[in-house]
Structure formats: C-alpha cells, structure tokens
Ligand binder design. Structure first.
Ligand SMILES: [Mg+2]
Ligand SMILES: [Zn+2]
Length: 162
C-alpha cells in the first residue's frame, strides 16, 4: 500500500519555464495539482516535495525568496484546505561545491521516508527528469517519469485503484 507520494517541484507542481523560478510571479501551479492533492488527502496519503534549487548556490535567488515562492504555493493549497506534509530542497549546485543532498542523490528522499516512518515500497516518486528517477531508485523507491508539465492524474488514479 502506498503511504507517501514524493513530488519533484518544477515541471510537476509548477510550470517548467526552462529557467530557474526566481520570484513568486514566475511560479505558476499546474491545473491538475490541486485535484490530485485532494484525492491523495482523501485517501490519507502524505505528500512531500523533493526539489533541487541550485539557483540559490548560483545567487539567482535567496532562501528568503524561495520561502516567498513556497508561501504563494501554500496560499493556493490552503484555499482548498490542502498542504504539503513537507518540502525538502537542496540549495546547492555542483559548480559551487559538493553536497550530498542534490538529486540524483537520495538523501532528501531518505529523510522523507524516515520522517514519516514509511518503507521504500510504500512510497512513489513522480518527476520529470532522469535525476528524479535515479534519486528515487537509489532509495529503492519506485518512480514515474513524466514529461515536464504533463498531467500526472492517471498515475494517481492508478495508485488509488490498487
Ligand atoms: Mg523538475
Ligand atoms: Zn545539496
């Protein structure tokens, strides 16, 4: 039984623009997100965001700006009585030093599994890049790769029908 859904952010939750999201105005939530989060909430499945935000290491935006962007996201969700159970982000970038958390590393995913007491087989990752899939697989979590901005409702429906 699936207990935890791990979502990449850019291209899965908000529209991938081919560039870093550096301010809240550029952050556009995809239309299928809220309906799917409602279904997951009703099924008692927790949802965690796992995102690389290397633009912070590149000084394109700050932790504070990222917090504002996520505040915008939260307000949209709160309007539907929804919330993410946790958001994990890696602010590092390999051009500016090594880190262990950046996907395809699996540490953020392992943190989520530990925090919510979920086995890898009870979690599923949805992402739009190969490194999302690699990160999940490194944590022995099954992953679905979608196209950027693709509607992932059918994946959720399949999980819930199981
Ligand atoms: Mg992405
Ligand atoms: Zn990192």
């Amino acid at each position: 039984m699936i207990k935890l859904i791990l979502l990449d952010r850019d291209g899965v939750i908000n529209k991938e623009m081919g560039a870093y999201v550096t301010n809240p105005n550029d952050f556009e939530v995809l239309p299928h997100v809220v309906p799917n989060l409602i279904k997951l909430k009703n099924a008692g499945i927790q949802v965690v965001v796992i995102t690389n935000q290397g633009g912070i290491a590149k000084d394109l935006y700050t932790h504070q700006t990222l917090a504002k962007i996520h505040q915008k996201l939260n307000l949209i969700l709160e309007a539907h009585q929804l919330t993410f159970d946790e958001v994990y982000y890696c602010p590092h970038h390999p051009d500016y030093g090594k880190c262990l958390c950046r996907k395809p590393g699996s540490i953020m995913i392992e943190k989520a599994l530990a925090r919510f007491g979920v086995n890898p087989q009870e979690a599923i990752m949805i992402g739009d890049t190969q490194r999302d899939i690699e990160a999940a697989n490194a944590a022995r979590v099954m992953a679905f790769k979608i196209e950027s901005n693709q509607d992932w409702s059918s994946i959720i429906d399949e999980i819930l029908a199981y």
